[in-house]
Write a new protein. Structure first.
Length: 272
């Protein structure tokens, strides 16, 4: 199917956004979504772009994989701090971007996010921004940080962003699913903020809390580490089972299958 704008997917209800690091991720995520008859967001982070050295090849792979899949999928740029990368995304099929100024002081986050958003809207891009740094990787702020609903409402009004990532208790890159979210805060943010809310660092959030977070108002639920953990476990098992393996397809395929199965299972959770 042709790529679908993120706004259209979010209008229909809560959705998972999964990170694409290599082509197998895109194939697995789309296969899982198709199996669950769910919409999905394929997102490529600035870190993944850094790993590949360029945006275009992975973006093209994800877009072309989405076009030959039966699932409704949006292509989204994740955690971009470099404004040049945001501009580049507009040329490579992305319908939406996350501009992440969350580690900047309030006034600077406000100013740069407003500028990037104005540019994006002129070029037809939907913008997600972040307020209240979500702890975890890259030495981001402490896990105890929370987004204040009144500040969030002011931030959205003054920047014009289309979606907002908020800090409600999750942390990036957790490898155990033991995070406790502040569901009451999610409800207050949902009431105060007129745009869809985004949950980052959802790998550490147990199934039932993910469902409760969506019910409380989370619309886009970002998961990366959890899928990578399952992918790597399956690869490790395949390599251990046959130390003579040399063809990468023989050990990548189990990783890809494990991710597809989990995407299908998680997507089913949001369908109620
Ligand atoms: O932006 C991506 C996510 O927030 C993923 O976080 O790796 O902790 O699931 P995670
Ligand atoms: Zn994130």
């Amino acid at each position: 199917m042709p790529l679908v704008p993120l706004s259209r997917i979010l209008d229909a209800g809560p959705v998972f956004a999964f990170n694409v690091i290599q082509i197998e991720h895109a194939e697995a995520i789309l296969a899982g979504a198709e199996q669950a008859k769910a919409s999905v967001v394929l997102q490529i982070s600035e870190n993944a772009v850094r790993y590949h050295g360029a945006l275009a090849p992975l973006a093209a792979a994800a877009r072309l994989a989405a076009e030959r899949s039966g699932a409704d999928a949006a292509l989204h740029l994740d955690h971009a701090t470099d404004e040049r990368l945001v501009r580049e995304a507009a040329e490579h099929g992305f319908g939406s971007v996350m501009y992440d100024g969350s580690t900047l002081p309030w006034a600077e986050n406000l100013r740069t996010t407003a500028e990037v958003t104005a540019w994006c809207h002129e070029h037809g891009l939907f913008v997600e921004a972040e307020l209240g740094a979500i702890g975890g990787k890259d030495g981001a702020h402490a896990p105890g940080v929370r987004t204040d609903p009144a500040e969030a409402a002011e931030f959205v009004a003054r920047t014009g962003v289309d979606a907002l990532a908020v800090a409600v208790g999750s942390e990036h890159a957790m490898t155990s699913r033991t995070a406790r979210l502040d569901l009451e805060l999610i409800g207050r943010l949902h009431a105060a903020v007129p745009v869809p809310l985004v949950l980052h660092g959802s790998s550490g959030v147990p199934d039932e809390t993910l469902v409760a977070a969506a019910a409380a108002g989370m619309r886009k639920i970002n998961v990366s580490t959890h899928l990578n953990r399952l992918f790597t476990e399956a690869v490790r098992d395949a390599l251990a089972a046959d130390p003579k393996l040399v063809d990468p397809r023989r050990w990548l395929a189990p990783g890809r299958d494990a991710v597809a199965a989990e995407v299908a299972r998680l997507s089913g959770l949001l369908k109620g």
